[in-house]
Design a protein around this ligand. Structure first.
Ligand SMILES: [Zn+2]
Ligand SMILES: [Zn+2]
Length: 447
């Protein structure tokens, strides 16, 4: 077909205008990709900075200040010191839903052994006044950088969405306390209340470039239980004159194993791990007491309460059977302040986001995964009276070749919290920014 030159010119202009107009689907994905590519060199510098300057839980002052500064530069309204060093940044863009995007800020008392040029050499004083090495061994530095990248893209793409985004930098995730502290400090009352809450967490087993979302329960209820098993001490050569708490503790540890194997529905999940047992000072002294520290994991409230009740009942029953008097029965303490509730990814939200990510990254890059018995206090944002739908996305963070080699050899890759865990920055951060930006565009679309 032939056109007059002027008509051809007009047609070209119309086509160009078409490209610039806010369009759903491939055009938006390509725009996101271009945006990420343009921002990446500066994001990598930020990542290297965060990685080399980790801070312990409740001590994230510098990390929070840097994040706040980055958000302010974009024109985001920022308030700091929410629930400790928490940062809240509100980006308003007309009417529409409010989406909360969360990063955690804290690092761990781990001595980094990765050998990376930007490895951490930081040492900090912990709560007990002891100086410890500090490392971003749980990838929270990836989460912070991805959130900053997402904020930059959403600022540049304001013509493609409508609503409000609340960016939060949450302190003390590793202590299971930061989310609760921010909520208590008015996260949902002093700032726009979200309709959806989203977060990323790096996965040490998933190849970079992919994501995974678990529908429903994704991570467990985590309880810390302290048991003091009491007897009456004496000389090791006169056991009949004592009530030996060491033998009683041993019997109790074994009896606790029946909670999962005999009392829990085989189709439910639970863990009772006695991680610490301490008692006594010397070969020939029967001590007065032995202390156990137990981690208890579950998904549902029902399995949680049954498991905790069973620990109390078994500890008490074993002591009675050993002849321990009423006033020396075991003391079982469950500290609710240390409780991390299960993360429940709302199924409808998961399906919606899975569809978006498949379109964005390709079908094979959106992997389904099983739940895990680890815990994450991101769960708290979905457990207020508002029952806000939440979703935590696993972000692949390891070179695909390393994942393949691990599968071939059966040698596991370094886990989260390992001194050897090293996410591969570029594909991980780029995928994190792309996925989170696309998720917000989906949830707060321009109509
Ligand atoms: Zn962690
Ligand atoms: Zn973590």
């Amino acid at each position: 077909m032939k056109y007059l030159p002027v008509v051809r010119c007009l047609l070209a202009a119309v086509l160009l205008a078409e490209v610039d107009r806010p369009l759903p689907g491939a055009t938006t994905d390509a725009t996101i990709q271009r945006g990420v590519d343009a921002e990446y060199p500066s994001l990598e510098k930020l990542y290297v900075h965060f990685h080399a300057h980790p801070e312990l839980s409740f001590r994230e002052a510098q990390t929070a200040a840097k994040l706040a500064g980055e958000l302010k530069r974009l024109g985001v309204e920022v308030v700091t010191e929410i629930g400790g060093h928490g940062v809240v940044g509100v980006l308003r863009n007309g009417t529409g839903p409010t989406v909360l995007v969360r990063t955690d800020l804290d690092a761990l008392p781990v001595k980094e052994q990765t050998g990376l040029t930007y490895a951490s050499h930081v040492r900090m004083t912990n709560d007990l006044g002891v100086e410890v090495d500090v490392m971003h061994a749980c990838g929270h530095d990836v989460h912070i950088t991805s959130l900053i990248g997402t904020a930059r893209l959403l600022t540049n793409l304001k013509d493609r969405w409508s609503g409000t985004v609340v960016f939060i930098g949450q302190p003390a995730e590793e202590r299971g306390a930061g989310a609760r502290a921010m909520l208590k400090d008015g996260l949902f009352t002093r700032f726009p209340k979200p309709d959806f809450c989203l977060a990323l967490h790096v996965s040490p087993e998933l190849p970079a470039g992919s994501v995974a979302i678990v529908e429903g329960y994704a991570m467990a209820n985590v309880d810390a239980v302290d048991v003091t098993i009491r007897g009456s001490g004496g000389h090791g050569a006169w056991p009949h004159k004592a009530k030996d708490p060491v033998v009683l503790a041993a019997q109790t540890v074994i009896a606790l194993q029946t909670i999962v194997s005999r009392e829990t529905d085989p189709l439910d999940s639970a863990v009772v791990t006695v991680g610490s047992i301490h008692g006594g000072t010397k070969h020939n002294i029967i001590p007065d007491e032995v202390k156990l520290q137990i981690t208890v994991r579950s998904f549902t409230d029902e399995v949680r309460s049954n498991t905790l009740d069973a620990i109390r009942r078994i500890a008490r029953g074993q002591a009675i059977s050993a002849g321990v008097p009423e006033d020396r029965l075991p003391v079982v303490k469950v500290d609710d302040r240390e409780f991390t509730p299960a993360t429940y990814n709302q199924p409808e939200l998961v399906r919606r986001l899975s569809g978006v990510f498949k379109g964005l990254l390709g079908d094979g890059k959106v992997v389904s995964r099983r739940p895990v018995m680890g815990g994450e206090d991101f769960s708290e944002y979905g457990r207020t009276v508002d029952k806000i739908p939440i979703c935590m996305i696993w972000l692949g963070s390891v070179e695909p070749e390393r994942v393949a080699e691990s599968e071939r050899t059966g040698k596991p890759l370094p886990a989260l919290h390992s001194s050897l865990y090293r996410p591969v920055p570029e594909p991980t951060i780029k995928t994190g920014v792309r996925a989170m930006t696309a998720a917000v565009l989906e949830l707060a679309p321009r109509k």
